[in-house]
Ligand binder design. Structure first.
Ligand code: E4P
Length: 214
């Protein structure tokens, strides 16, 4: 299972990379806006420290304009993946970008039918948002199950990025289903390592070590 880190903050990305837990990065316009730096500068910095795909989202809503934006972003680095919203104009853009050899990540996916369209358009990655579904009382993880089943049935090659992850259970449920990738905030990556019995065990071992006869 690949871990992407879900942030545009370079310090968080560096921490994740040092842990050896970052196989790629996802950003979105909200995450970029928090950084108060020019978009392209942020992307270049991220591409320097990460060895893997870096998703950068377009903000146009028409296919032609999306492709134009995508070309500029893709020229920054061959690590850049173009994030495209799951709308019909977006699907047109994905088809075009795929034919040009530019990788895409279809975002804001909330149903299996949307994921089916994204795969048919040739998306490299598809990002269903589990946390936002849970927030409105729908089971996000059921969507992941459905998408994985559809993709396996037809041997689609789009990789599923489980997105909008809020807690370690989201990551583990996604892993149990066999999702290709989880894109995870740094805080949740850190939470995955935590267990109180580990801390108690470490303290006990160190205390016993200090007591040994020298
Ligand atoms: C990643 O691709 C998404 O943009 C991100 O996971 C959304 O997360 P949120 O629902 O916590 O904003």
């Amino acid at each position: 299972m690949k871990f992407f880190i879900d942030t545009a903050n370079i310090d968080e990305i560096k921490k994740g990379v040092e842990m050896g837990m970052v196989d790629g990065v996802t950003t979105n316009p909200s995450l970029i806006a928090r950084e108060n730096k020019p978009f392209e500068k942020i992307l270049k910095e991220i591409c320097k420290v990460v060895d893997g795909p870096v998703s950068a989202e377009v903000v146009s809503l028409e296919a032609e304009a999306m492709v134009k934006e995508a070309k500029v972003l893709a020229a920054l680095s061959d690590k850049i993946v173009i994030k495209i919203p799951m709308i019909m104009e977006g699907m047109k853009a994905v088809k075009k970008l795929t034919s040009m050899g530019i990788k895409t990540n279809v975002t804001l996916v909330f149903s299996a039918s949307q994921a089916l369209l994204a795969a048919k358009a040739g998306a490299t990655f598809v990002s269903p948002f589990v946390g936002r579904l849970d927030d409105i009382g729908q089971r996000g993880m059921e969507l992941i199950n459905e998408i994985m089943t559809v993709y396996r049935n037809y041997d689609f090659h789009s990789e599923v990025i489980v997105a909008s992850i809020r807690n370690p259970l989201h990551v583990m449920d996604a892993a149990m289903i066999g999702a290709d990738i989880a894109t995870i905030p740094l805080k949740v990556i850190e939470q995955l390592a935590q267990h109180p019995l580990t801390n108690i065990g470490v303290e006990q071992f160190l205390a016993d070590w200090e007591k040994r006869k020298k």
